[in-house]
Write a protein that binds this ligand. Sequence first.
Ligand SMILES: Cc1cc2nc3c(=O)[nH]c(=O)nc-3n(C[C@H](O)[C@H](O)[C@H](O)COP(=O)(O)OP(=O)(O)OC[C@H]3O[C@@H](n4cnc5c(N)ncnc54)[C@H](O)[C@@H]3O)c2cc1C
Length: 468
Amino acid sequence: MAESAAPLLAALEAIVGAANLLTADADVAPYVTDWRNRYHGRARAVVRPGTTAEVAAIVRCCAEHAVPIVPQGGNTGLCGGATPGAGGHEVVVSLTRLNRVRAVDATNATLTVEAGATLASVQQAAGDAGLLFPLSLAAEGSCAIGGNLATNAGGTAVLRFGNARELVLGLEVVLADGRVWEGLRRLRKDNTGYDLKQLFLGSEGTLGIITAAVLKLFPRPRSSATAFAALATVDGAVALLAVLRQALGDRLTGFELISTECIALTRNKFPALPDPVPGHPWYALVQADDSSADSPLAAQLESALGEAIERGVASDAAVARSEAQAADLWALREHIPEAQRLTGGNIKHDISLPVSAIPAFLAEAQAELDAAFPGMRYVTFGHLGDGNLHYNLSPPAGTTVAAASERADRIVYDLVARFGGSFSAEHGIGQLKRAELTRYKPAVEIELMRQIKRAFDPHGLLNPGKIL
Ligand SMILES: Cc1cc2nc3c(=O)[nH]c(=O)nc-3n(C[C@H](O)[C@H](O)[C@H](O)COP(=O)(O)OP(=O)(O)OC[C@H]3O[C@@H](n4cnc5c(N)ncnc54)[C@H](O)[C@@H]3O)c2cc1C
């Protein structure tokens, strides 16, 4: 192995320089373990290119040596997609040095940015131009825009703006043989055949390495309103969503469901976080934004909530009176995953369903899980406005996560399939959900996916062992 690795490493060093070729175990370690500390891989080396030409040269070099590549952005993915396998044959290509803003076109409302820029820096660049890049998620300080696009990330504003794939006009991609596809178009209309960029979006590094993207920008919100509504049932949450959509139209940007168990768990670990309307089984965190500075948005939200309470749809509500209060409400929501992690193991499900099916799904899932695991605890929250739930389960005392996972997953995912939902709403497949993919996708769909993979990466060098 040492002899065969030497020419490859020398060639990679000639491309990126010694400082950007990492081979010592301690240097490589952060790149071969995933954020959840669930996957521990090995790699021949980590390379850190600074330009698209360097990425292309690395891919050509690896292809010549038949060495597989694992593209990596901020390494915050939740399905092990950016972690190499245990064999130690792969090269991790970390894109974090490829992080420049190439162009801002405020008139065209587009931003051209390189793949390694953090999501927070992309938001900042849009803000500096007086505009908004609306993708937002709790890992935004660490995740990279290339990773966001490669996983088709969701987050908290999908209700209004869609997933990452809906925010892209063009891509630059290094292909499996090292050629560069120059697709950085800035067009909102372009019906010239197959929309190739959509294949790379959500492909988790298995079809090409995204090196830059043209992103859509939007008017920046100048009025915002945030509220916390208390609900007796999930039916109530679904009904409140409909009421608020009617009242606010597309100014409703976020609608997050939070169970009372989530509040208790989160405040237990982070006692400074608020408990705005204590004592109800369910809550909705509601965000509304308007690009007009003198919009009566807060009054309209308050009046719609008041009406919902009068009609018995919601039980109570608190509207944030300051930006600080709004930030505290969002902090409560965003600390749930961390509080869960600190509390101990749980069985995670990132599922989506038609919004209308969510109450019946939750009732049936709980009945089946209670029967299989008496004492199971439910930590349910998520982007209800998009039909996306983080349906996480804490097994009863005496039952480990490892012992309960397989059966609990089957109960949840079979039911999700029966209700016409998805077993992976926004986190992707990676290594974690490959078996679910073949179990729940129609055979013809899997075959088409395999054909696409073969067409883009005939030698299987791009992120092997992921998705398919
Ligand atoms: C606290 C926390 C909150 C989160 N919240 C959300 C959320 O609300 N919504 C959501 O969707 N996700 C969420 N995630 C998951 C994660 O942040 C997203 O999946 C994010 O988009 C991954 O970006 P990354 O740069 O870290 O990608 P990585 O983890 O580095 O990579 C993810 C996948 O993309 C591939 N990849 C990375 N860069 C490229 C590239 N340039 N070209 C080709 N392939 C590439 C990798 O090979 C891998 O398969 C959260 C994660 C954390 C830790």
